[in-house]
Design a protein around this ligand. Structure first.
Ligand code: COA
Length: 314
């Protein structure tokens, strides 16, 4: 039996930063409204970069931080709902950017929850002893499918990528991952093409989604701790999906966790979809907050609806 241990993390954010004040010039909104309702103050938006470009940069940094030769990577999994190309998959483009050949590479799409799904798949391969090093990436450029005239959605999202390298180890590691989907709310957040020649456009019923998200995440966090026999006091860090500061605060309150034990990046990244969790995790690691062997919970929700959690020892 092997455990998956995180041995390196990385991130990539587009250079261009879009503040709430920039958005005031684009749609009928205000910095005060966005701050009060979401906690977001700025986000990064791509100019020419694709999800694959961001993923490749994050992957390179994660591999450098893991201090391994990229050739040791046995598998690449990329979570994204905004791939650069329909085919080949983003994982193959990342593999090419890393200058390696032969290892399997694939994408998966579970919207914002994609990274937890990818982590779960990677963990199965490692725990069964099939692979030793797995590169797991979350990357999205939702700015490409946002309607920039719709103030109810365009203020929420940002672009970015986060990556981690997992290594098989005899000490934990990922203790468990828990995945869920329920399509009853498939129309609360979705993107389809409006015309054959246009990109998909995001549509969302925000208020409805807010309530579902708060209830789902509160239950998810408690259930995850219960399943592993931990109490809320045992948790060192909560790394929640970075969609809305109010949702994050509600989840922390239910867990009786002070906010200084919750990694928060939503203020500067907005909601970066599949990149949200690995970006936040990398931020926590890089800033020196998350330390070796601490107990960390990742939790997320997204279109589908999909949701899930992971409990791990860093
Ligand atoms: N600027 C100014 N006013 C805005 C606005 C904006 N960007 N967007 C909406 N409004 C207006 C609405 O039109 C509404 O006006 P009305 O009262 O005259 O009808 C008012 O603000 C309140 O809108 P409401 O949707 O009820 O606000 P809210 O408190 O629910 O906050 C969200 C809206 C989107 C921030 C919040 O519902 C949310 O975060 N939902 C979850 C979204 C999410 O997490 N999505 C990603 C999932 S992975």
């Amino acid at each position: 039996m092997y455990y998956s241990r995180i041995i390196g993390s990385g991130s990539s954010l587009p250079e261009r930063r879009l503040t709430n004040f920039d958005l005031e010039k684009m749609v009928d909104t205000s910095d005060a409204w966005i701050m009060e309702r979401t906690g977001i103050s700025s986000r990064h938006i791509v100019t020419d970069e694709s999800s694959a470009d961001l993923a490749s940069e994050a992957a390179k940094e994660a591999i450098v931080n893991a201090d391994i030769d990229p050739k040791l990577i046995d598998l690449i999994i990329v979570a994204t709902c905004t791939p650069e190309r329909l085919l080949p998959n983003t994982g193959c483009l990342v593999q090419n950017a890393l200058g390696i050949r032969g290892c399997p590479a694939f994408d998966l799409n579970a919207a914002c929850s994609g990274f937890i799904y990818a982590l779960s798949v990677a963990d199965q391969y490692i725990s069964r002893g099939l692979y030793k090093h797995i590169l797991t990436v979350g990357t999205d450029t939702l700015s490409k499918i946002v309607n920039w005239e719709d103030r109810t959605t365009c203020v929420l999202f940002g672009d970015g990528a986060g990556a981690i390298v997992l290594r098989a180890d005899h000490t934990p590691g990922i203790l468990g991952t828990h995945l869920y989907s329920d399509a009853a709310n498939r129309d609360v957040l979705y993107a389809t093409k409006t015309h054959a020649d246009t990109s998909p456009i995001i549509k969302m019923r925000g208020r409805e989604l807010f309530k579902v998200a708060v209830n789902t995440l509160e239950k998810l966090a408690i259930d995850t701790l219960d399943k592993h026999g931990f109490k809320h006091d045992d948790l060192d860090w909560l790394v929640p999906h970075q969609a809305n500061l109010r949702i994050i605060k509600a989840a922390a309150k239910r867990l009786k966790l002070p906010l200084d034990r919750v990694i928060q990046t939503v203020q500067k990244h907005g909601n970066t979809s599949a990149a949200s969790l690995p970006l936040a995790l990398h931020d926590g690691i890089q800033s020196g907050k998350v330390k070796q062997n601490e107990l960390v919970m990742l939790e997320v929700f997204g279109a589908g609806l999909t949701w899930g959690s992971a409990l791990l020892r860093y």
